[in-house]
Write a protein that binds this ligand. Structure first.
Ligand SMILES: [Fe+2]
Length: 356
C-alpha cells in the first residue's frame, strides 16, 4: 500500500550519470514498493532503457525526500529537457514543476521586502537559460496544450505566460527585434539573450502581487473598490521591486505596462498605443488569454479559440467602434489589445494546433 508515503515521478526526470541524493522506488505487480536505486548511486542509461522497455510510466520517491528531488530537478533541468529519449509531455510536466517552484520561491523570498533579491533573480534567469531550448521547440507547444484548462494559480499562470511568450516571440523574430530596436545587427547571440530577458519579464510580470493579500488574490467574488485599488498597484510595485536589479529597462517597463490597454483606460497610467512598450503589449494579450483558458473556482476553462474570438471582438463591435456615439463598455475586450499583435498571436495559436 502507498499510504501517501510515495510520490510518482516520471522516469524522464532521472538523468543518466547524475547523482540523485534520494532513493527511487518501483512498484511491483502486487502493488509493493521496492527500492530501485539507492541515494548516491549513479543511474545508467541501460537501467533507464530497461524501465522504458518494461513500459514503466512512473517511478516513486519517498515523500520525505520531495525537497531533495525538487532541488535535483532544478539543478539538472537543462539535461532533463535536452534528453532526446524523454517524451515531451514528461519534459513539460517537469519544466512546469520546476518553474512553479522557482516563481513560488521568488514570491516567497520577496514577500514584504519590497525588493527582489539577487539570488531569486539569478535562479529565475538560470531556469529560463536551462529551459530555453526546449520551450523554443515548436513540438513542445503540443505538450503545453495539456496544461490549458488547468486551475488558475499565480505560479502556474506565470509559467504558462513564460512559455507562450517565448514560443510566440521565437516564431515572430520581427516582434522580438522590435521589442528594443537598436542600431546594431540583431544577431543570434542578441536574439537568444533577448528571448531570455523576455522570459524573465513574462515569469515575473505579476511579482508586485506580493504586496496584495492572499484574501484579495483568491477572492471568489467581485473586489470592493478599495480592494481593487490595492490590486491595481501591482504593476507599480513590481517595478519598484525590480528597479535596483540588473534586469534590462525594457523588461522593467513591461512589468509596469502589462495592464495598460492599447486604446487607453488601462492602469496604472492609462497609456495608449505605441506609448505602451511592445513586450507589455504582448504580455497583455497572453496574460488575458491564459486567464480565460484556465479553470477558476467559479468558471470552467474556455477553449482557446473561443477565448481568441472574444479577445478579437465581433463585427458588431467593429460597427460600434466606428460610431462616435458608442458606449465604450460595449466594445468588450478588443480595446485592450494591439490588433496587429493579437492577429499574429491567433495565427501562432493556429499553427501550434492549440485549437482544442
Ligand atoms: Fe498583472
Amino acid at each position: 500500500m502507498n499510504n501517501g508515503r510515495y510520490m510518482a515521478i516520471p522516469p524522464g526526470a532521472i538523468v543518466p550519470g547524475a547523482l540523485p541524493d534520494f532513493r527511487i522506488f518501483v512498484v511491483t505487480l502486487q502493488g509493493k514498493y521496492v527500492l530501485w536505486a539507492r541515494e548516491g548511486n549513479i543511474v545508467s542509461s541501460e537501467q533507464l532503457a530497461r524501465l522504458s522497455d518494461n513500459g514503466t510510466k512512473e517511478v516513486f520517491v519517498d515523500i520525505g525526500e520531495q525537497f531533495k528531488y525538487e532541488q535535483y530537478l532544478e539543478t539538472n533541468l537543462g539535461n532533463i529537457l535536452g534528453n532526446q529519449s524523454t517524451q515531451d509531455d514528461q519534459k513539460a510536466d517537469i519544466f512546469s514543476k520546476v518553474s512553479t517552484n522557482v516563481v513560488k520561491g521568488a514570491f516567497e523570498t520577496s514577500y514584504g521586502l519590497g525588493t527582489m533579491g539577487a539570488a531569486a533573480i539569478q535562479r529565475t534567469q538560470q531556469l529560463i537559460e536551462n529551459a530555453l531550448i526546449f520551450i523554443k521547440e515548436a513540438k513542445s507547444l503540443q505538450a503545453l496544450a495539456k496544461m490549458i484548462g488547468h486551475d488558475y494559480q499565480t505560479y502556474e499562470h506565470a509559467t504558462k505566460v513564460l512559455w507562450f511568450t517565448v514560443a510566440f516571440l521565437q516564431l515572430n523574430p520581427d516582434i522580438l527585434e522590435q521589442i528594443e530596436p537598436g542600431d546594431q545587427a540583431f544577431d543570434e547571440t542578441k536574439r537568444i539573450d533577448r528571448l531570455r530577458q523576455c522570459g524573465v519579464g513574462a515569469l515575473l510580470h505579476d511579482i508586485g502581487k506580493t504586496f496584495v493579500s492572499h484574501e484579495i488574490l483568491t477572492k471568489n467574488e467581485p473586489l470592493t473598490e478599495v480592494e481593487w485599488e490595492i490590486m491595481k498597484r501591482h504593476p507599480l510595485n513590481g517595478l519598484a521591486m525590480l528597479i535596483d536589479t540588473d534586469i534590462p529597462t525594457f523588461v522593467k517597463k513591461a512589468v509596469l505596462h502589462h495592464h495598460e490597454d492599447f486604446q487607453g483606460g488601462g492602469y496604472p497610467m492609462s497609456l495608449e498605443g505605441p506609448n505602451i512598450t511592445t513586450l507589455a503589449r504582448v504580455l497583455r494579450i497572453i496574460d488575458v488569454f491564459d486567464a480565460m483558458t484556465s479553470r477558476r473556482p467559479y468558471k470552467d476553462p474556455m477553449p482557446p479559440m473561443k477565448a481568441a474570438q472574444i479577445m478579437i471582438g465581433t463585427p458588431e463591435d467593429k460597427e460600434k467602434d466606428e460610431d462616435p456615439e458608442q458606449d465604450d463598455r460595449d466594445l468588450g475586450m478588443r480595446r485592450c489589445f494591439d490588433k496587429d499583435l493579437l492577429q499574429k498571436f491567433i495565427v501562432f495559436l493556429g499553427n501550434a494546433k492549440l485549437n482544442v
